[in-house]
Design a protein around this ligand. Structure first.
Ligand SMILES: [Zn+2]
Length: 169
């Protein structure tokens, strides 16, 4: 497959497989790939093809292998978009820009929310660790208390035994 830009653009005369006469009439003699051109590979032979954006969705014949191929519609575009007048395109551009701006604002809001949720989660985790440490400390204090109580009972029993021994003498 050739990816050199000079070999990608197909000659005007080779585009005879086009279905739409309008499309052919619109083709320019410009020899460079424009940013609005659709560049894609023939699904049959892999040859790199470049075509004016108005050819989106149309059937053309691959210049390399002659197989009819459908020109892909660029991502996010509709065939209808390509038939609009400049005025309508401008209206759509404005709407798209507004929606983009709103989306960006919404993304910023969501990121802010996400950050505050993350912060809250970190705080909660810290609080939980503190609680766990305190619980462990309390358990160990209870165990010390029980041990003291046991020692005290042993001592008292021992004293009672000693007193009993003295009484029996
Ligand atoms: Zn082909």
């Amino acid at each position: 497959m050739k990816n050199d830009p000079d070999t990608m653009l197909e000659d005007q005369s080779q585009n005879e497989g086009l279905d739409s006469p309008d499309f052919q009439a619109d083709e320019t003699e410009n020899d460079e790939i424009r940013p609005t051109d659709i560049v894609f590979n023939c699904p049959h032979c892999g040859h790199s093809l470049a075509i004016d954006y108005r050819g989106a969705g149309l059937q053309i014949k691959c210049v390399a292998c002659g197989t009819p191929v459908q020109v892909p519609i660029p991502d996010g575009m509709k065939v209808d978009d390509l038939d609009l007048s400049p005025g309508e395109l401008m209206t759509q551009l404005f709407q798209t820009r507004r929606m983009l701006l709103k989306s960006e604002q919404r993304i910023a809001e969501l990121e802010e929310t996400l950050n505050s949720v993350k912060l809250r989660r970190t705080e909660l985790e810290k609080a939980r660790m503190t609680t766990l440490h305190r619980c462990a400390e309390l358990v160990s204090m209870c165990q010390s208390g029980l041990k003291l109580q046991g020692d005290m009972a042993n001592t008292l029993n021992r004293m009672v035994a000693l007193i009993a021994e003295e009484q029996q003498r």
